[in-house]
Design a protein. Structure first.
Length: 410
């Protein structure tokens, strides 16, 4: 049997036609574009598949299947007249509304780059099946088991912060009904600002424990990475669960990781998470006894919507501790340790200007190690001072590294 073999051709797709239809812009499989001009007009439409013979200079229709396009799957986020916004794996696309398909927000649809939306495959948003489903068991994971032994006495210094936190969180949780009777505006959100290690999480946990409140701890970066695609649902469920508790604190750590994301891909996702958080807070009823605490190192970067009345409109700053605070923190963080009498707290406090509470507390871990290595069952002055020196040494080396990094960057 004789076979007729055509010269080599490549498959291309019509990307665009010039207004007078004399020029066609064709996309090749490798993504590059070729321009084909004719003295007449091209009989092609956008999205058509064609054979292109680059040597012979011919362009002919080709069967559509030859393009073998990968379909995308996405969720309808917004319907506006004539147009649809689709979320495809966190990226938004604007497409023409199909004439023959009824769409609703939240539908899962498939489509092709060239043809737009072709089918509704589910009335509901697609789930990321490699992630666990968000149910009541998932919500349990976010409940931090309270450290029953932790009390205000463990939180050294910063009397003003403790007092303010009690006023803004503990009192409202304990006296919600009385405040409602007075007609006071409920306190829903309190922003904790301050550098890492300044005691924000610790104080929130102490208050939750004292107020006998359920404590939900959500980390901003984790919700963007681990719970990506389900984070809004997760936040909704956590708030629903909190609303059923007699008292609850929802602790949203590092909220700036959501509210100041500049990265293109995750920007949309974080915007939606913040939106869900705000709508959950706006949805508090008079029965909801929940205070949301969010922490950030960069309050200036937060989305203005978060700071509006009825949201995070109260702020407590955790500054670096002063001399007196440092002394109190050193004492408080050694409360439960076996130690000699009359340890030189004031001396160490003087030497630790600009240290964070976490760094101060670390002195005790080092001191305890030293004592154990010397077979002592209590911490003595030498252990304490050497513990201080070890943490100071560590601080110097990390400060050195980070200043190297900074000078290397410039
Ligand atoms: N006022 C304090 N008194 C005693 N210890 C403290 C105090 N503040 C912090 N610490 C110690 O520092 C540790 C770290 O504090 P915490 O985790 O609350 O800091 P944070 O502000 O939440 O930091 P990050 O921003 O990194 O989450 C605590 O576990 C505790 O050991
Ligand atoms: Mg923390």
């Amino acid at each position: 049997m004789d076979a007729e073999i055509s010269p080599p051709q490549v498959v291309a797709r019509v990307k665009r036609l010039s207004e007078d239809r004399s020029t066609a812009f064709l996309e090749l499989r490798n993504g590059s574009i070729v321009t084909c001009t004719t003295s007449g007009i091209w009989n092609l439409e956008r999205g058509d598949i064609a054979f292109v013979d680059t040597e012979g200079g011919t362009v002919e229709f080709a069967p559509e299947e030859l393009w073998d396009e990968e379909p995308w799957v996405g969720v309808v986020r917004l319907l506006s007249p004539g147009q649809v916004v689709i979320d495809v794996g966190g990226r938004l696309k604007i497409l023409d509304e199909p004439l023959d398909i009824d769409l609703r927000e939240g539908n899962t649809v498939t489509g092709y780059e060239s043809r737009g939306i072709t089918q509704v495959i589910s009335e509901d948003p697609v789930r990321y099946i490699d992630l666990p489903t968000v149910d009541s068991v998932t919500v349990e994971q976010f409940k931090a088991s309270p450290d029953r032994s932790l009390s205000f006495e463990d939180f050294g210094g910063h009397a003003d912060i403790k007092e303010r936190a009690r006023e803004l969180i503990e009192v409202p949780l304990e006296h919600r009904e009385a405040l409602t009777r007075i007609g006071a505006r409920p306190i829903k959100g309190v922003l904790f600002t301050g550098l890492p290690g300044t005691g924000k999480t610790m104080l929130a946990k102490i208050i939750a424990h004292r107020a006998d409140a359920e404590f939900y701890e959500i980390s901003g970066p984790e919700i963007l990475s681990k719970w990506y695609g389900q984070s809004e649902e997760l936040i909704r469920k956590i708030f629903e669960d909190a609303a059923t508790q007699e008292r609850a604190i929802i602790f949203f750590d590092e909220i700036d990781s959501l509210a100041s994301q500049r990265n293109e891909d995750s920007h949309e996702a974080s915007r939606r998470i913040v939106g869900q958080l705000l709508s959950a807070m706006d949805g508090f009823t008079s029965d909801t006894n929940v205070v949301v605490i969010a922490t950030t190192n960069r309050p200036q970067d937060l989305d203005g919507a978060l700071r509006r009345p009825g949201r995070f409109d109260w702020e407590i700053d955790f500054p670096p501790p002063n001399l007196e605070d440092r002394r109190a923190i050193l004492e408080a963080s050694a409360r439960r340790l076996n130690k000699a009498e009359n340890l030189p707290h004031s001396h160490i406090a003087e030497k630790t200007a600009n240290w964070t509470p976490a760094e101060l507390a670390a002195i005790w871990s080092e001191a305890a190690l030293l004592a154990v290595m010397e077979s002592r069952d209590a911490i003595f002055e030498d252990d304490y001072v050497s513990g201080y020196e070890r943490v100071a040494q560590y601080r110097r080396s990390t400060a050195h590294k980070s200043s190297e990094r900074i000078s290397g960057e410039s």
